[in-house]
Design a binder for this molecule. Structure first.
Ligand SMILES: Nc1ncnc2c1ncn2[C@@H]1O[C@H](COP(=O)(O)OP(=O)(O)OP(=O)(O)O)[C@@H](O)[C@H]1O
Length: 304
C-alpha cells in the first residue's frame, strides 16, 4: 500500500504541495487531477523520491520513500515513474529499449516478456525500429513498456497518453490499464483527461490551491460535483439556482418556464452543444438537432 502522510513540499519558499495525505491500496488505480500548475507532476516526482520533503512521509508498505538527501540513487525497484519527458535510448531499437533492464541470462524469458509488453503498448510492428525515428506518441508507448518491463509493484504515470493520437488512444488506454489491473500493480496517474479516469480509476484526487480538495470515487464526484472545478473536469456545465447542472442535464421540452434564445450551435458528433441565453445568463445544453440563431427553446432540468 502507498501511504502518504501530511506531505508538504516547496521548490523554493512557497509550498507547491501542502499537507497532502492519501492511501493507494495494492492494485488500486488513483487519478490525480487539477488545473495546470496545481502540482500534479510535482506530487508524482515527490512520491518517486526525486525531491526531499519539507514535512511528512511517503511509505510503500513498510519502506519509507526517501529523497536525494538520503538516497544516492533516486528511485526504488518496486516503483516506476513515467515522466512527461521520457528519456529513452535513441540509437537502439524499441525492443532493445524495453529489454534493456531485463536479465540477459534468460534470453527466451527476456524475449517473451518484451513481446508481451510490445503487445500491451501496441508496438509489435515497431520492435526492430530505432527509437530516434519514432513519433512522440510512439516514444511515449516505449517509455510505458520499459517502465513495466521489470513488473513494478507501483507505477506513477504523468499524462501517460498525452502524445498519443485519438485513433490509438482508446484502445491503448484500455490495454495498459487492463494490464495494470490484471497484474495487481498500483497506479497513480496525473491527468487532464476524464477518459483516463471514468471507467478506470478507483479513486480520484482533486488538487486545488496546493491541497487535496477532494478524494472520492469518480462516480460520486461525477454525479455530485460539489464545485465548478470538479464539474469542469467532466464536461460543460451551468450554475443554475446555485446548483451545478451539466449540459446533458438540461433538456429541451415542448413548454416550460425556462425559455431560452439560441446563440450558437456546436456540432459534437451524436449531438449539438447549444449555447443560449436564459434569463440574461449564458447556458449550455445538448440537443439532437442544429438550431438557428435566435430560435426559442424551452428547457427542463433533469437531475439524474
Ligand atoms: N523545477 C521547478 N522549480 C521551481 N518551480 C517549479 C518546478 N517545477 C514546477 N514548478 C512550479 O510548481 C508548480 C506546480 O507545477 P507542476 O508541474 O507540478 O504542475 P502540474 O499540475 O503538473 O501542471 P501541468 O498540468 O501543466 O503539467 C507550478 O507553479 C510550477 O511553476
Amino acid at each position: 500500500m502507498l501511504h502518504v502522510k501530511n506531505l508538504t513540499f516547496s521548490y523554493n519558499k512557497t509550498p507547491v504541495l501542502k499537507a497532502i495525505s492519501f492511501d493507494a491500496l495494492q492494485g488500486e488505480h488513483v487519478a490525480i487531477i487539477g488545473e495546470s500548475g496545481s502540482g500534479k507532476s510535482t506530487l508524482l516526482k515527490v512520491l518517486y523520491g526525486e525531491y526531499d520533503l519539507d514535512e511528512g512521509h511517503v511509505f510503500w508498505n513498510d519502506e519509507e520513500i526517501l529523497g536525494p538527501k538520503y538516497n544516492l540513487v533516486v528511485g526504488y525497484d518496486f516503483m516506476k515513474y513515467v515522466a512527461q519527458e521520457f528519456d529513452l535510448m535513441p540509437f537502439i531499437t524499441v525492443e532493445e529499449n524495453i529489454g534493456k533492464f531485463l536479465s540477459r541470462f534468460y534470453p527466451e524469458e527476456k524475449q517473451r516478456r518484451t513481446d508481451e509488453l510490445l503487445e500491451v503498448v501496441e508496438l509489435t510492428k515497431f520492435a526492430k525500429t530505432k527509437v530516434k525515428t519514432l513519433s512522440g506518441g510512439q516514444k511515449q508507448r516505449v517509455a510505458l513498456a520499459r517502465a513495466l518491463a521489470k513488473q513494478p509493484e507501483i507505477i506513477l504515470l504523468d499524462e501517460p497518453f498525452s502524445h498519443i493520437d485519438n485513433f490509438k488512444k482508446q484502445s491503448l488506454r484500455r490495454s495498459v490499464f487492463k494490464y495494470l489491473k490484471e497484474n495487481n500493480i498500483t497506479c497513480v496517474v496525473a491527468t487532464h483527461d476524464k477518459e483516463d479516469v471514468l471507467g478506470f480509476a478507483d479513486r480520484m484526487i482533486v488538487l486545488n490551491d496546493h491541497k487535496i480538495a477532494v478524494n472520492d470515487y469518480p462516480e460520486t464526484l461525477f454525479k455530485n460535483p460539489k464545485t465548478p472545478l470538479i464539474a469542469s473536469f467532466f464536461g460543460e456545465f451551468n450554475v443554475l439556482n446555485n446548483k451545478i447542472i451539466y449540459a446533458h442535464q438540461l433538456r429541451v421540452v415542448d413548454k416550460s418556464d425556462l425559455k431560452s434564445t439560441v446563440k450558437r450551435s456546436f456540432f459534437k458528433g451524436h449531438y449539438y452543444l447549444i449555447e443560449a441565453e436564459l434569463n440574461g445568463k449564458h447556458v449550455f445544453f445538448e440537443y439532437s438537432k442544429q438550431v438557428s440563431v435566435g430560435s426559442t427553446l424551452f428547457l427542463k432540468i433533469i437531475e439524474d
